[in-house]
Design a protein around this ligand. Structure first.
Ligand SMILES: NC(=O)c1ccc[n+]([C@@H]2O[C@H](COP(=O)([O-])OP(=O)(O)OC[C@H]3O[C@@H](n4cnc5c(N)ncnc54)[C@H](OP(=O)(O)O)[C@@H]3O)[C@@H](O)[C@H]2O)c1
Length: 383
């Protein structure tokens, strides 16, 4: 008997590469027979994240075109229940709840490609899927936390965990805990950056996250992290070309940057930031560097608004600033992140509305229009 799944697809562009955003289309999908090293999964809840909107926008890549698919299922963050084990799978159980850890790794165990993003494994916006047994990460048995929260934990939190591991370790090479116990850890951006500021806060550091809406600031504060209002610095969007040619823009930028650096000085007692998590990129990078204290660290795993960075080596060397770049996490670290989260409630607080499977196109439209708080979740087979 073939295994059938109800799924939301995006289709390949019919008239070339730049034919506009994809539509979500509901359809049936036949899944190949379960192989001995695989598990059959019923995805329960998924979390809507930026990469899914990029996939729909076909920007920066058209996933169907890149993989030669006629249609594909997106979604790489969520929780699933194991419904059947392949004949050789001995370390997992039917009924167990897992996260998706599907990725191609290099010889060091680091991710090269991620499921339903740049790796040719279809995503979880469907009622059944299968993965190799080593591509799932079991949650603690009888977890005390809601599965919807774990759905939004899946990609962003292990990313934040591993980024913090390297940033924190690097800072501790420069100055030890006795000399400087409590670091100022600031974060630009959304869910992943907030996860890292929250982690630092739980570990006793002073965490700050920057956001622009009252709902997000309230969420940040409810996690014990200090919120800084991005709207106080309205022109803090650096554009080098404009800065050189448009005096009005340059003056407004400088005013916002000065106000931002005054806020940093005030909240860090003049010491500056020790770890600045910047998943935004170009528009904020100049201010990020200026906000760092001596031997401060810029930590990144993302480039929401620009990948190319420019800085003066001499200035950064003399300041002993360090630059940390990571991508998701090795599975060994993702397992540690799960254990820490269970123990310490290091988990996202998800948006109030959970979208039903039928409502996924509405969720996609709301996300694209910015109508979400931070962690929107949808239901697949979950109750
Ligand atoms: N490498 C990896 O494994 C990995 C894993 C997860 C995420 N990422 C990447 O990390 C980036 C962030 O993803 P995310 O899911 O954590 O974020 P997100 O939830 O998509 O949120 C991004 C937030 O950044 C803020 N923002 C947008 N433009 C800004 C600007 N010009 N200046 C300052 N703030 C701005 C906005 O919040 P406010 O308006 O409230 O400030 C926005 O909601 C993305 O590029 C994503 O692809 C990478």
């Amino acid at each position: 008997m073939p295994i059938l799944a109800d799924a939301w697809f995006i289709h390949a562009a019919t008239n070339g590469k730049h034919s506009g955003p994809a539509e979500l289309v509901r359809g049936e999908m036949e899944i190949d027979d379960l192989q001995p090293n695989e598990v059959l999964l019923a995805p329960l809840f998924g979390s809507w994240e930026g990469n899914m909107t990029h996939a729909i926008d076909r920007d920066p890549i058209d996933i169907c075109e890149a993989r030669g698919y006629e249609r594909c299922v997106i979604g790489n963050s969520g929780v699933a229940r194991i419904v059947e084990l392949g004949a050789d799978v001995t370390d997992l159980k039917e009924g167990q709840v897992v996260l998706m850890g599907a990725m191609d790794t290099d010889a060091w165990g680091y991710p090269k490609k991620l499921m339903a993003y740049d790796m040719p494994v279809q995503g979880l916006m469907r009622t059944r899927m299968k993965l190799r047994s080593d591509q799932v990460l079991p949650l603690p048995e009888n977890t005390r936390h809601d599965l919807t929260r774990w759905a939004a934990f899946n990609v962003r939190y292990p990313t934040a965990w591993d980024n913090w591991r390297i940033a924190h370790g690097t800072f501790r090479l420069l100055i030890n805990e006795e000399e400087f116990p409590r670091m100022n850890v600031w974060a630009w951006g959304g869910g992943t950056a907030l996860a890292e500021a929250h982690l630092a806060t739980l570990l006793g550091h002073s965490g700050v996250a920057i956001a622009s809406t009252p709902e997000r600031k309230e969420l940040i504060e409810s996690m014990g992290v200090k919120a800084v209002d991005r709207t106080n610095f309205p022109a803090l969007q650096f554009d080098e070309r404009r800065y050189k040619t448009d005096e009005e823009y340059a003056a407004a930028y400088r005013d916002s940057e000065t106000a931002f650096l005054a806020t940093v000085a005030e909240l860090t007692g003049g010491l500056g930031v020790q770890v600045f998590v910047d998943l935004i990129g170009e528009p904020v990078f100049r201010a990020t560097l200026k906000a760092l204290g001596r031997q401060g660290i810029v930590a990144t795993a993302g480039w929401k608004v620009g990948m190319r960075m420019k800085f003066l080596r001499a200035v950064e060397c003399i300041a002993r600033h360090q630059f940390i770049h990571t991508h998701f996490a090795p599975l060994s670290e993702a397992r540690k992140a799960i254990a820490f989260a269970e123990e310490n409630e290091w988990l996202p607080i998800i948006d109030e509305r959970i979208y039903d499977f039928d409502e996924i196109p509405e969720l996609a439209a709301n996300y694209a229009a910015g109508k979400y708080r931070m962690f929107p979740v949808y239901r697949i087979n979950g109750e």
